[in-house]
Design a protein around this ligand. Structure first.
Ligand code: S3P
Length: 179
């Protein structure tokens, strides 16, 4: 099966979507797009401020708008926020514009990567027991992340290694027509 030449990275916080996305974009000579960054720039606020001042549902609306903007792109690696893929409308549109790749991460590794910087994770920072909350959300989301076209484990690997694995499959299966 061939896909339009875009890679969409989905998965939980701490899966390495941004860092792996940058590696992939460089290797393929694609543009790198970060949905959270687009929302922050558009609103001139960072993600915690948007959650605090405008609420989560406003943020989710912004994500839907960002997906529509990203849908016009070609030869892009698109890194998404951890909750964006849960929206059915976002999933359907993203699946038509490129190869959707789930970067899998386990609870321990996700915690190692995000637990020290909780102020930037509004879904966790408000909880009395952020680790427990993170495990709960991860457990609920994993079956939905599994609807992506492909998945790769990120536990214990650096972004370069994960990117190399993704590129390997991309080339082996000739998923894009790249001139
Ligand atoms: C969220 C993940 C964050 C960010 C927002 C909500 C989520 O992005 O979009 O805090 O719902 O999981 P990262 O996955 O890049 O941390």
């Amino acid at each position: 099966m061939k896909f339009p030449p875009n890679i969409i990275l989905i998965g939980f916080m701490g899966a390495g979507k941004t860092s792996t996305g940058k590696e992939l974009a460089e290797a393929l000579n694609f543009e790198f797009l970060d949905i959270d960054q687009w929302i922050e720039e558009k609103n001139k606020k960072n993600i915690p401020e948007i959650f605090e001042e405008c609420g989560e549902s406003f943020f989710r609306d912004q994500e839907r708008e960002a997906v529509k903007w990203a849908a016009s792109k070609k030869r892009a690696v698109i890194s998404t926020g951890g909750g964006l893929w849960l929206d059915e409308q976002n999933r359907s549109l993203l699946k038509t514009i490129g190869w959707c790749v789930w970067l899998k991460v386990g609870a321990q590794m996700a915690w190692k990567r995000v637990g020290t910087y909780l102020a930037h994770r509004p879904l966790l920072s408000r909880s009395q027991d952020p680790f427990n909350e993170m495990q709960k959300i991860l457990g609920e989301r994993d079956p939905v992340y599994a609807l992506a076209h492909a998945s790769f484990d990120s536990d214990g690997k650096n972004p370069k290694e994960v990117s190399r694995e993704i590129l390997g499959l991309l080339k082996e299966k000739k998923l894009f027509d790249l001139d």
